[in-house]
Design a protein around this ligand. Structure first.
Ligand code: 26Y
Length: 842
């Protein structure tokens, strides 16, 4: 029987193994899953078996919501957001699902009563690290907020067999280890082979005339790959919405090798299977020159075509015509990676579904919106025409056609301004010819957005200047946000409780409510409690640091934290120059009145970015000297925490006193770590770049340590011709710090080891470390002074948390939904099915 609108008492009666939320039922269900799904009894079960059994127990509790949400998405009048992203950096699901379901405490108790420790089980989960950093993590926060805001959504991406590499530190160097996250199976996903689609590559195009004398173009691919969807539920916080993350895996289509493609023999056919599956084997690390990486373009096309075919299937299944496709789906392009989708939707509509070009173009433009996450011109993706032509010949024709029509319009506006036309063209013809993916995304989308206020303005003045001039209303901005569920409720339950005791718990979904904490900054009891939580989180991190690096750090020292990808533009080496300067000063004068500081770094370097890897070696080498110098007496400690990923980051943010956001102004698009740190009560030392600008305004300039050149000053210095050596020669502290590195002081006398870094700084210094050094050092002196007054510091810490409510991904998602997607929230109605429910089959 189907039970709707259950009252609480009835619900208990119906509580069954799959849905019940009481401790007793959870225990029973857990034991049941251990036996029947995992095939183990306690005598033979490992912690991982227990984790799997628990994960299935929790997944069972998502299914009612998940299927109800999927059913809602299939209704004709319901508009759905489709988020297309080559990366989803989800992080572990178990803890988050417990929080969002609201059964954390029950499950903890059930595990304790079963003789297990929930924390140990949580640690068993291999995180799906299917992203590099900011861009992939942002969309993971957005998936959480979409569900929490009850907005129907599907995330479409790639199910890589190997996610981002795992990092080990050996002899101070980064070593990459492959991440085989699926090795024990993935309890969160359900594969749907019945919804597979076929994807073509290569070949040529043909023309033909149909029975009604209409002319058509047909793509005859050389190779066909099958895409199989794997679905993971993404549950919102305390709501019924559980959206789907649909990731595609490539396989060979069984029947194709012999029939259509005539490969000839069995072993060739098997080989083709291996080749096909390699398509979704591995996530590319960013930072690497992607041009020429055919496999990457194949990956992009593969998942985007899978996604669009899937959307068209869903849309047609609702009984609607393709003409109103854009009323069914709002498609968001996360960066340029999925922008081939614009040409692919045109191909599907025109070639496969025989819509006329103009109609198809109208639909396409009404469907897509594009987010730009960068300011660096080198990050603008482009693909050589020859590669494009060999891999996607039909798409190249379509792009030419789009471009021709676009240039025709431009000619009306700019007449014969050839320069303007060539700057805007989808094809870069300045040397070897390329397709400009960002231009394709701009032309084919109704809205283009940047990810922070400053970056969006800079986009208008730099990389997208011509587009802005052409379509001033198209370019807009949505400041990034992070989810308070993972980045507070889950990773900082102690602060969550403290806050909720004072202002209730509505803030978890209405982060601006944190404003109510402001007056409490003046309450000494509250300040003491706040400090106590921070101390607790620092102690926990200190323990992890000891476990993972063997370094003992003092939880009463200032935790000065820089965690993000290791890259020259993020200037971890500026931070190191400060450490060396402090070290030099303490060596000269041990009476200096400075607070104890622990410098904590974490982050991965792209495997072939030599300088980034050398920065890691520099950090660890400086640490070796400083940490072990008896003169320093532990007053500064330097730690490199290996393998920064979502799991390992969760204990880091809550333990920070100081957040280092020190990229050169204008190089960081937004940053999101800056938001997580502030939210957890860290004070920021930062440049006027990315979202720092907005964070500083929000928390108050007096609660933010600002230093460094502003964007216009950076531009000016670059234009003037910059001489880092001059800065260095006029600054004795900087000179001494450089000399220490150069002289082999941190490298056992080896003067060559860090030479490439020193040379890069003295000769080019593209990120202006030397120009910003003095300002950074002086600002750090203010930080030290401020920390010596704990009462004042904790006030500022509380005010940071109280005032960063704006940076919730819930707010970002509401802005996207209202201003860009025009997709309303829909509360999900639930039909409860119970285990003995036979009505399902009637
Ligand atoms: C095309 C290829 C070279 C490429 C690969 C990866 C280009 C860009 C990327 C990744 C970009 C990225 O992660 N950007 C970050 O996005 C975050 C979310 O918007 C921002 O907070 C962060 O500042 C930005 O660096």
């Amino acid at each position: 029987m189907t039970v709707t609108d259950l009252s609480a008492t009835q619900a208990v009666q119906f509580e069954d193994n799959r849905t019940g939320r009481s401790v007793e039922t959870i225990k029973r269900a857990f034991a049941d899953n251990l036996f029947y799904v995992q095939g183990k009894i306690p005598a033979t079960a490992s912690q991982n078996d227990y984790y799997m059994a628990l994960a299935y127990t929790v997944r069972d509790r998502l299914l009612q919501r998940w299927l109800a949400t999927a059913e809602t998405c299939m209704q004709p009048q319901v508009k759905v957001v489709a988020y297309l992203s080559a990366e989803f950096l989800e992080g572990p699901h178990l803890g988050n699902n417990l929080i969002n379901l609201g059964i954390y405490d029950e499950v903890k108790q059930a595990m304790t009563e079963s003789g297990l420790d929930l924390d140990v089980l949580l640690e068993q989960e291999e995180e799906p690290g299917l992203g590099n950093g900011g861009l992939g993590r942002l969309v993971a926060c957005y998936m959480d907020s979409l569900a929490t805001q009850e907005i129907p959504a599907i995330g479409y991406g790639i199910r890589y067999d190997f996610g981002i590499f795992e990092q080990e530190i050996c002899d101070g160097w980064q070593v990459e280890i492959t991440n085989k996250w699926l090795k024990f199976g993935n309890p969160w996903e359900i594969s749907r082979p019945e919804e597979s689609v076929l994807i073509g590559f290569g070949g040529h195009t043909d023309t033909f005339t149909d029975s009604e004398e209409r002319y058509h173009i047909r793509w005859v691919p050389h190779k066909v790959v099958k895409g199989i969807p794997y679905d993971t539920p993404i549950l919102g916080y305390r709501v019924n919405t559980a959206n789907t993350l649909r990731l595609w895996k490539a396989e060979a289509p069984e029947s194709f090798e012999f029939d259509a493609f005539n490969v000839g023999n069995y072993y060739d056919a098997v080989n083709q299977k291996v080749v096909s599956e390699s398509l979704t084997k591995v996530l590319y690390p960013d930072d690497e020159p992607i041009q020429g990486k055919q496999l990457r373009l194949e990956q992009q096309y593969f998942f985007v075509s899978c996604a669009l075919q899937d959307m068209i299937r869903i849309h047609l299944a609702t009984g609607k015509r393709l003409e109103c496709f854009s009323e069914k789906f709002a498609v968001q392009l996360n960066g340029t990676h999925p922008s081939i989708g614009i040409a692919e939707l045109m191909r599907l509509l025109v070639d496969e579904h025989h819509l006329d070009w103009n109609k198809a173009w109208d639909i396409t433009q009404k469907t897509f919106a594009y987010t730009s996450h960068t300011l660096l011109p080198e990050a603008l993706e482009k693909w050589s025409l020859s590669l494009f032509e060999s891999l996607l010949p039909r798409h190249l024709e379509i792009i030419y056609e789009i471009n021709q029509r676009f240039l025709d319009v431009l000619r009306l506006k700019y007449f014969n301004d050839g320069k303007k036309l060539s700057q805007l063209s989808l094809i870069d013809e300045s040397g070897e010819k390329f397709v400009r993916m960002a231009h394709l995304a701009c032309v084919g989308s109704h809205t283009v957005n940047g990810v922070a206020a400053l970056q969006s303005n800079l986009l208008k003045q730099t990389v997208l200047q011509d587009f802005h001039e052409l379509w001033p209303e198209k370019l807009t901005h949505v400041t990034n946000g992070v989810t308070p569920r993972r980045w507070m409720a889950l990773s900082n339950p102690q602060l969550t409780d403290l806050i909720s005791q004072k202002i209730g718990d509505r803030w978890i979904t209405h982060l601006q409510d944190l404003k109510q904490l402001e007056p409490l900054a003046e309450d000494p009891t509250f300040r003491a409690a706040w400090q106590q939580v921070k101390r607790l989180k620092k102690q926990a991190l200190a323990q992890r640091i000891l476990d993972r690096t063997g370094i003992t750090v003092n939880p009463d020292s200032m935790f000065d934290i820089q965690v993000k990808r290791i890259r020259e533009c993020n200037r971890q080496h500026l931070n190191v120059l400060h450490i060396i300067t402090l070290y030099n000063r303490l060596k000269q004068n041990s009476d200096l009145d400075l607070p104890e500081r622990t410098f904590i770094f974490a982050g991965k370097a792209a495997p072939d970015n030599f300088l980034a890897k050398l920065i890691i070696k520099l950090i660890t080498s400086v640490g070796d000297v400083v940490n072990n110098d008896p003169d320093i007496q532990d007053r500064i400690k330097v730690v490199f925490l290996p393998d920064f990923n979502v799991t390992n980051s969760q204990p880091v943010y809550p333990a920070a006193d100081l957040s280092e956001q020190i990229s050169t102004a204008g190089k960081e698009a937004s940053g999101t770590g800056n938001m997580k740190l502030s939210l957890n009560g860290a004070l920021t030392i930062g440049t006027l770049g990315g979202a720092n600008v907005e964070i500083r305004e929000a928390v108050g300039v007096e609660n933010f340590f600002l230093f460094g050149l502003a964007v216009d000053e950076v531009v000016q210095i670059e234009a003037q011709g910059y001489s880092p050596r001059e800065y260095c020669e006029h600054n004795p502290d900087l000179l001494l710090a450089m000399h220490r590195i150069e002289s082999g002081f941190f490298s056992h006398g080896d003067r060559n080891l860090f030479r490439p870094l020193v040379d890069a700084l003295l000769c080019h210094d593209p990120y202006l470390l030397c120009a910003d050094y003095q300002s950074y050092i002086e600002c750090q002196e203010q930080v030290s002074q401020a920390y010596l007054d704990p009462d004042h510091w904790v006030r500022m810490s509380i005010l940071n948390t109280a005032r960063v409510g704006y940076f919730s991904s819930d707010r970002s998602i509401r802005e996207y939904a209202e201003n860009i997607w025009h997709v309303p929230s829909i509360p999900i109605e639930m039909n409860y099915y119970t285990q003995d429910d036979t009505a399902l089959f009637n």
